[in-house]
Design a protein around this ligand. Sequence first.
Ligand code: SF4
Length: 445
Amino acid sequence: MKSVALHTLGCKLNYSETSTLAKQFEDKGMKLSNYGEKSDIFVLNTCSVTDNADKECRQIIRSVLRNNPETYVIVTGCYAQLQPGEIAGIEGVDLILGSKEKLRLFEYLEDVESPSCIFKEPESKIFVSEVGGKDDEIKGAFSADIDSRTRAFLKIQDGCDYGCSFCTIPMARGVSRSLPLNEVVDNAKKIIDSGYKEIILTGVNTGDYRYIAEGKTNKLIDVLLELEKLEIERVRISSIEPNLLTDEVISLVKSSDKICNHFHIPLQSGDADILKLMRRRYNLGFFRELIEKVIVEIPDVGVGIDVIIGFPGETDENFKNTYDFLNSLQISYLHVFSYSERKNTLAVTMSGKVDIAKRKQRSETLRNLSAKKKYDFYSRFIGTKQKVLFENRVMNSGGTDYIEGWTNNYVRVRINNDVSLQNGISEVVLNNLNGIKSVESLISK
Ligand code: SF4
């Protein structure tokens, strides 16, 4: 039996798509190998969000080929869409597939029914077509969360119509397209039938879900209302643009036992001038009001924020404004990204490049702020009873065995290993902060 190893870089959407590819390989009778093991085929689903992501893709391809020169290498994803020539320059890459071609991979492998006939190509074959107009097909995808069967990512949307000045994603994935609501529900049912307890809705711009059927435009709220009717324990929205987080969604999250009290909202900059240069679709006043409203409506809500530091022209004062703005908000954690120059974006043409050392320093400062926010947020729940969906076993450096899980509002909880708790929701008292990163909990049912 021929074997295939797949590896994913980047966003949850990529993870869901890689999982779908893995299922397709299994259906063709191939054995799935772990990344790092020798295999007959290797598939890398790439990301291109930063320069580092591109570099990591190249390093992975070279390292796989060093250890296994005979493996048939397929590279797809955003980096393949945007820079196929760079990838083709790496000796040993056989097939490069763009975004549209990704989930039609088998159309580009000869003799699909007999993968034993796959031989290395004398030179890279490239199939990259222009991405996505409105009428372009969108293929559904869903996946397991890394190696557990606890949480699954469900793709409901792809592409983006926004024009943030630093971002290449619309070039790599096309305009916003949404999966028909009935297909979303069908895929959700398959996830539930496989035993998953939590569905995480993903897309490039998930909040922009819009699908017109029978004269009605279905939006994210309609997806949530449909999923709420299913036999699923939890539904989580992976990330939502602030201008798309509607009152309807907030009040459904407030009233629902299934939709998680957790929002991940990209801010990107807390300085008004930089935010304008980024071409985001809101201002700071709107953002503050939104966060305050969410917290008043849902007091225990977990709120994570994306922020980019080192955008062209960001002075010490601009950065301080961002710091102060974030510090003043009652949020639970930050995801901090260092600005990375991307070809063909507006931002790359802007003056005022911030030097790399300064970008590192600013990232560090915001990561410390994030740790403080997380500590404050987690502390509020010490001594309280929370429902935790337990998933992975983890081993710490001292060799102690734990199970980790998440509360509805995204507090990470650890408990001493008890396999009976895996892939289930248990009510536990959170009784001990374990450093800043996690809450260690001793069970007291
Ligand atoms: S909203 Fe902005 S940052 Fe997000 S994918 Fe669209 S263009 Fe990129």
